[in-house]
Design a protein around this ligand. Structure first.
Ligand code: HEC
Length: 132
């Protein structure tokens, strides 16, 4: 392959990888700093500190509804998002609709994210190792 072509191929590959890691970084920021998914989905120790290395692996909820209402028993693990394809997960974060059609129970918010926000969040969650 002529050198200038090799350069073009390698160059474009690097660019795609950079875009991808920038998207994952944005998703990390949204999950940890803005939408606060970690508040409910990450387990804590008895002092309320997040358990190291366990972010987004699922947690019991530390609070309950003050009036009787449907209420989820816990926030499931979402690291790796194994039960969702990327497309399903993006739709879920944009509409609140699960692929099964079963509405999500409170206190999980029905997010109405923009497509690019939802894609960034999903790219980040998919980049995490699922809890075994
Ligand atoms: C206020 C607490 C809370 C916050 C904040 C929260 N969640 Fe949840 N989430 C839950 C609970 C509780 C459930 C379980 C709902 C159910 O069982 O129907 C859930 C369910 C889910 C599910 C469905 C899992 C499955 O297997 O069906 C996904 C995906 C999810 N959350 C992602 C997120 C993301 C991404 C964020 C941040 C953008 C987030 N959650 C923020 C409490 C929360």
């Amino acid at each position: 392959m002529p050198l200038f072509l090799l350069g073009a191929v390698l160059g474009s590959g690097t660019k795609a990888a950079e875009v991808n890691s920038a998207q994952i970084e944005r998703g990390r920021y949204l999950v940890h700093g803005v939408a606060l998914c970690i508040d409910c989905h990450s387990p804590r120790d008895e002092k309320g500190q997040f358990l190291a290395g366990k972010h987004l692996t699922g947690a019991a909820l530390g609070f309950a509804a003050t009036v009787p209402m449907p209420w989820a028993p816990a926030a499931p693990g979402i690291a790796g998002l194994e039960n969702f394809t990327p497309e399903q997960a993006v739709k879920f974060l944009m509409t609140g609709e699960r692929p099964s059609g079963v509405p999500v129970l409170p206190p999980m918010p029905a997010y109405r994210m923009d497509q690019d926000e939802a894609e960034a969040v999903v790219a980040y969650l998919k980049s995490l190792a699922p809890q075994k």
